[in-house]
Write a protein that binds this ligand. Structure first.
Ligand code: ZN
Ligand code: ZN
Ligand code: FE
Length: 746
């Protein structure tokens, strides 16, 4: 009798790419292999994750399916490669030490908000982590902000200086434990510590003090949001214009007390990314300090995202804290203890520090929901350095981004690596932050750029930086082309689209300042098909700070050089008129931001601003619902068409003088602009047969306008593409620059 032949065995090698490290993938695979009685191993490589599994062929098949189709919740498998190997008879499954591979890289996980299991741990008096503010596990905790290099191991994070105690080490080594291979694992006995007690911090906050609190990606300045004197003092000390302060609410219920929270907003607030969500203020609800967001109908609210935050609210008399970036206005967020003591000394009454170093700065991200989807306005903590898919491998590139709200972009393979929000590149400190972050991302993703893309504006620091890099080819990308390419890239579009790029300003191909642009664009190039009629704007930067100058430009254009502008001292008006007449320090601009400024100033809403976009935001807020009329406008010229709003301006000036409520004018103005956009797109479609429209640029942060334009375009038969993962403002243009440069290098 023949002896029974041994059961056939199958062995495979799996190589995974994507977000596969620091998200509990190895324990998941380990446990899965045990369940299926497979032998083999798993390890982190600098390319991602490698595993071999061997055993019963059906079990191996189930293993492959589970790993690729049902990975752990925070993981993202972008690519899975499976190859067959000779079976070796291996019966045990092991987690092997990480293996660096030269030139290879793995995606680094963004920071993840505290998970429910960890929260249960540090709020349970019987748990050994009760009250411990640095509790984390494989499903949550710091990542990008503490990682110095890859592969992602504790020794390559700022946790390296905290050797684990026996209890933590045991968890770390136990495949059945939630903290199995959790690199930042720590407890009261072995991990980072606070400089003072949380009880004291709570007491001081309750008493109205301003605290500098070290967080995940940097310092916050915090105070009780219902304490008017504290909020006012914070605003004064921080030298921060009227820019709204963000709030942290104890929980969803506390957020809903002050804001109207939709289903989509609720999901955004509670997501592991924990961004600041812009929410409409609840009408009539006013127990909040006015100085939080003066004159604003929305509030930026986030929920606690570290154990420390949760503990700051535990049993406290307050349920809402102001939590604004720990910086002086316009400087990068402070991350180091010494730096905080020095720079925030005049702002904070007291410091709550800890001794876990923040390696990478990351501000809080800011989003808003529109049409049920999350739209990033500032992409930072929780988002960066999550990559975007370019759809095909491209050469390694650096795109330097713009000037305001700068973020840069690197490419590697088919990944676009958009940096976290860097800020306004207008001072030395911000440039240093730009350089540090660039060096770090180049290292983490093993990028060696072969070309550099930048804006055309010769005065942008980002452009100067690009042009100063020796021996690399430079690709100049027009600002609004970059906006549209960014929207296309994010939506995975190719070919040509109609691009509507509306914003404050961008350097035009003709030397004028553009900002109300209709392009027919692909990645390789664009044609300017229409734009707002140029007006002469006098005073350089002052023209942006003083919307009445835009009003004067538009009024003179519509009504002649003697058009009256009441409410601004005659002397100043006369000087600006002369500048316009003689062309002194005057630029021609098609900026949509300046059109908003002009209307806001003409109807007396705001003549001077203290932060970018303030007049436009107030005009949006002022607009009343239920107004359907619009003003007349013209589309004229051949070559690029001109959107001529002189008839609108004439009517607005008359209505303002005649006492029409500003809310009515503001609403009619929005209707007019929306109508003009749709009409212009129709005409372009008439000539080009294109029916896909991309909406980009800072103006489309205006949800009233977006809410009018997008549906109207759809009912006119257009396919409409908006931003979601990437900001529509200048924080998104680096992606567009990269996409354009990649195409040109093809
Ligand atoms: Zn956790
Ligand atoms: Zn420990
Ligand atoms: Fe822009």
């Amino acid at each position: 009798m023949p002896s029974p032949s041994p059961a056939p065995r199958r062995r495979v090698r799996l190589r995974l790419r994507g977000i596969v490290q620091g998200v509990g993938f190895r324990p998941f695979i380990h446990n899965l292999a045990h369940e299926l009685e497979l032998g083999g191993y798993v390890l982190n490589s600098s390319a991602g994750l490698s595993a071999e599994a061997e055993g019963d062929p059906a079990a191996v098949e189930r293993f492959i399916q589970a790993v690729t189709r049902q990975p752990p919740p925070l993981a993202w498998v972008q690519e899975a490669e499976c190859s067959e190997l000779e079976a070796s008879g291996e019966r045990t499954f092991a987690i092997r030490p990480s293996a660096p591979e030269t030139g290879e890289f793995a995606l680094v996980s963004p920071d993840v908000a505290t998970c429910d299991d960890c929260r249960a741990d540090f709020t349970d008096p019987a748990n050994r982590r009760f009250g411990y503010p640095f509790t984390n596990c494989t499903n949550c905790g710091p990542r990008y902000t503490i990682i110095r290099d890859i592969p992602y191991d504790r020794s390559k994070t700022t946790m390296a200086v905290f050797p684990m105690c026996a209890a933590c080490q045991a968890e770390y080594e136990d495949p059945l434990d939630r903290r199995f291979h959790a690199q930042p694992n720590a407890c009261t006995d072995c991990g980072p510590t606070l400089s003072a007690s949380i009880e004291e911090a709570r007491r001081r906050l309750a008493a109205g003090e301003i605290l500098a609190i070290k967080g995940l990606g940097g310092f916050h300045l915090a105070c009780d949001a219902r304490n008017g004197a504290a909020v006012l003092a914070l605003r004064r000390r921080k030298r921060r214009s009227d820019k709204p302060f963000a709030l942290m609410a104890r929980d969803l219920a506390a957020a809903e007390e002050i804001c109207v929270v939709s289903e989509a907003d609720r999901a955004a607030l509670a997501s592991p990314l924990r961004p600041i969500v812009i929410l409409p203020r609840r009408a009539g609800e006013a127990p909040l300090a006015e100085a939080i967001a003066p004159g604003n109908l929305t509030l930026g609210v986030m929920l606690p995202y570290t154990p420390l935050h949760h503990l700051l609210f535990a049993g406290a008399p307050y349920s809402l804290l102001v939590m604004t970036s720990g910086n002086l206005s316009e400087e990068p967020i402070v991350v180091a203890n010494g730096e905080a003591r020095e720079r925030l000394a005049g702002v904070a009454d007291w410091f709550l520090l800890h001794n876990r170093d923040i390696y990478m700065r990351a501000d809080d991200s800011v989003v808003r929901t529109f049409e049920g989807r999350v739209r990033a306005l500032r992409r930072s903590r929780g988002y960066a350095p999550q990559t975007l898919d370019l759809g095909r491998p491209v050469p390694e590139l650096l795109a330097c981004g713009g000037e305001l709200k700068n973020a840069f972009c690197l490419t590697k393979g088919r990944h676009a690596i958009l940096s976290q929000h860097i800020g306004d590149l207008e001072n030395y400190e911000t440039l240093v932050f730009f350089e540090e972050t660039l060096a770090n991302l180049k290292k983490l993703f093993r990028v060696e750029p072969r070309a550099v893309a930048c804006d055309l504006h010769p005065q942008y620091l980002s452009t100067k930086y690009a042009l100063d890099i020796p021996s690399l080819p430079k690709v100049g990308v027009q600002h609004h082309h970059a906006h549209i390419a960014s929207c296309m890239a994010e939506n995975g579009l190719s070919g040509e689209t109609i691009g509507v790029a509306f914003d404050g300003s961008g350097y035009g191909a003709d030397g004028a300042i553009w900002g109300g642009e209709f392009l027919v664009a692909g990645y390789a190039g664009f044609e300017r098909r229409a734009h707002l009629r140029y007006v002469p704007l006098a005073g350089g930067d002052a023209a942006v700070r003083e919307p009445w100058r835009s009003a004067l430009a538009y009024l003179s254009d519509a009504l002649g050089p003697a058009a009256p502008l009441d409410s601004v001292p005659e002397e100043r008006v006369r000087i600006v008129r002369r500048m316009i007449e003689k062309g002194v320090n005057t630029v021609r601009t098609s900026s949509c931001g300046r059109l908003f400024d002009a209307v806001a100033a003409i109807i007396g809403l705001r003549r001077e601003i203290t932060f970018e976009g303030q007049a436009a935001i107030e005009l949006e807020m002022a607009a009343l619902d239920g107004v359907t009329e619009r003003y007349p406008f013209e589309i004229s010229g051949d070559g690029p068409w001109q959107l001529d709003f002189r008839p609108s301006i004439e009517r607005i000036a008359r209505e303002a003088a005649g006492g029409t409520p500003s809310g009515v004018v503001a609403a009619r103005f929005h209707n007019t602009l929306a109508g003009a956009i749709v009409e212009t797109c129709r005409r372009i479609r008439g000539e080009t047969r294109l029916d896909r429209v991309c909406l980009s640029g800072g103006t489309f942060q205006n949800v009233r306008l977006l809410g009018l334009v997008a549906p109207a375009l759809r009912s006119a038969g257009f396919q409409v593409f908006l931003h979601g993962k990437v900001p529509p403002n200048d924080g998104g243009i680096a992606l567009g620059q990269a996409a354009v440069a990649a195409e040109l290098m093809r």
